[in-house]
Design a protein around this ligand. Structure first.
Ligand SMILES: [Fe+2]
Ligand SMILES: [Fe+2]
Length: 305
C-alpha cells in the first residue's frame, strides 16, 4: 500500500508510540481494586431492556446483575471480533514485505489486539461471569469472511466495528459510577483503537476516494451489515433465563429491538460520518441502515435516531 508523505510521517509516529509507550493492562488496570459491592458494570443506556417497563420492575440488585452479565457478553464479543481481525491481519501480513510500512504498523496493531483480547478475557474473569459464545451463524459468517473477503472489505469491516465499539466504550469511560476496572479497560482500549482507526482510514483512502456508485454502495452496505452482526451478539436470551426472569422469549424480542434503537442513537454518529465522507449514503444504503440499524439518515446527512 502506498501512502502520501504526510501519512507516512503520521504512521511512523504511531509505530513509535506503540513501541515506546505501550499501555500494558497489567500496569494500567487496577485489577486489585477491592469491590465495594455497589459498583455498576454497564450504564443504563446500554442495558438491553433499560427503558422498558420490564426493567423498571427489577430490583436495584437485579439491574446491577443484568448489567454485569450483559457487559460480560459485550466484552466477549469484543475479544471474539478482535480474534477475527487478527486472523485477517495475519493473512494480510503474509502478502507484504517486512520492510513495508504497512507491515510494520500491522504488526504493532496485531500485538495490541492480542493484548486487548487477553485484557477482555481477564476483565470477564474479574467480574465473574461466564458469557455465551457467538451463535453458529455468527461463527460461520466470520470464518467465511476471514477466508474469502477481499482485503479492502476486511479493513472496512474492522474499521466499522472499531468506530462503533469505540463509541460504546466512550459511554463506559465517562460514566463515573462504572466499576474502576471496566472504566480503565475502556480508557486503554480507546487510546489504542484511535491509532487503528486512523490507520484503517488512511489505508482505505485509495479505495474510497474515487469509488463509483456501485462500489460506494457496497462499502456502505458492508459497514451496515458489520454493525448489525456485532450488535446482535450483545443481547442473549440465556442471560434472562439464568436470572430467572419471566416470559423470556418475548422479553428477548423486545430487548433486541430496544437495544437496536439505543445503539443507533448512541453509537453510530462516527460511522455515519465516515460513510458520508465517501458519499456512501444513497437510497439503497439508507434503506438498509433503517432496516438493520434502526436509524434514519436523511439526504442532508443530519442523523436522527
Ligand atoms: Fe482492540
Ligand atoms: Fe483495533
Amino acid at each position: 500500500m502506498d501512502f502520501t508523505e504526510k501519512d507516512v510521517v503520521i504512521i511512523q509516529k504511531m509505530i513509535k508510540i506503540s513501541k515506546e509507550k505501550p499501555l500494558l493492562p497489567k500496569e494500567f488496570i487496577p485489577w486489585s481494586y477491592e469491590d465495594k459491592g455497589d459498583e455498576i458494570y454497564l450504564s443504563d443506556n446500554l442495558i438491553s431492556i433499560a427503558g422498558l417497563k420490564e426493567y423498571d420492575q427489577l430490583s436495584a440488585e437485579q439491574k446491577r446483575e443484568l448489567g454485569r452479565r450483559e457487559l460480560g457478553q459485550v466484552m466477549y464479543s469484543y475479544a471474539w471480533s478482535e480474534t477475527m481481525a487478527c486472523a485477517f491481519f495475519n493473512r494480510r501480513l503474509l502478502k507484504i514485505d517486512v520492510h513495508n510500512l504497512e507491515y510494520k504498523f500491522l504488526l504493532r496493531e496485531t500485538i495490541e489486539e492480542y493484548r486487548h483480547q487477553s485484557m477482555f478475557c481477564d476483565a470477564i474473569e474479574r467480574i465473574g461471569v461466564t458469557p455465551f459464545p457467538p451463535s453458529r451463524l455468527h461463527k460461520w459468517i466470520a470464518k467465511l469472511t476471514v477466508m474469502f473477503a477481499p482485503d479492502s472489505i476486511m479493513f472496512l469491516s474492522v474499521l466499522g466495528i472499531e468506530l462503533a465499539t469505540d463509541f460504546y466504550g466512550d459511554v463506559l469511560r465517562r460514566d463515573k459510577s462504572i466499576h474502576p476496572v471496566i472504566q480503565k479497560v475502556s480508557v486503554l482500549h480507546h487510546i489504542e483503537e484511535e491509532r487503528h482507526i486512523l490507520f484503517a482510514k488512511k489505508w482505505l483512502k485509495k479505495y474510497t476516494e474515487n469509488a463509483g456508485f456501485v462500489r460506494r454502495t457496497i462499502y456502505a452496505i458492508i459497514v451496515v451489515l458489520n454493525l448489525y452482526f456485532m450488535r446482535t451478539m450483545y443481547v442473549r436470551k440465556e442471560i434472562f433465563d439464568k436470572m430467572g426472569l419471566i416470559n423470556t422469549k418475548a422479553l428477548y424480542k423486545k430487548a433486541r429491538r430496544n437495544l437496536a434503537v439505543k445503539f443507533g442513537r448512541l453509537c453510530l454518529s462516527e460511522v455515519n460520518a465516515y460513510v458520508d465522507s465517501f458519499n456512501g449514503w444513497n437510497a439503497i444504503s439508507r434503506y438498509l441502515a433503517k432496516v438493520f440499524l434502526k436509524i434514519n439518515i436523511p439526504k442532508n446527512d443530519i442523523v436522527h435516531a
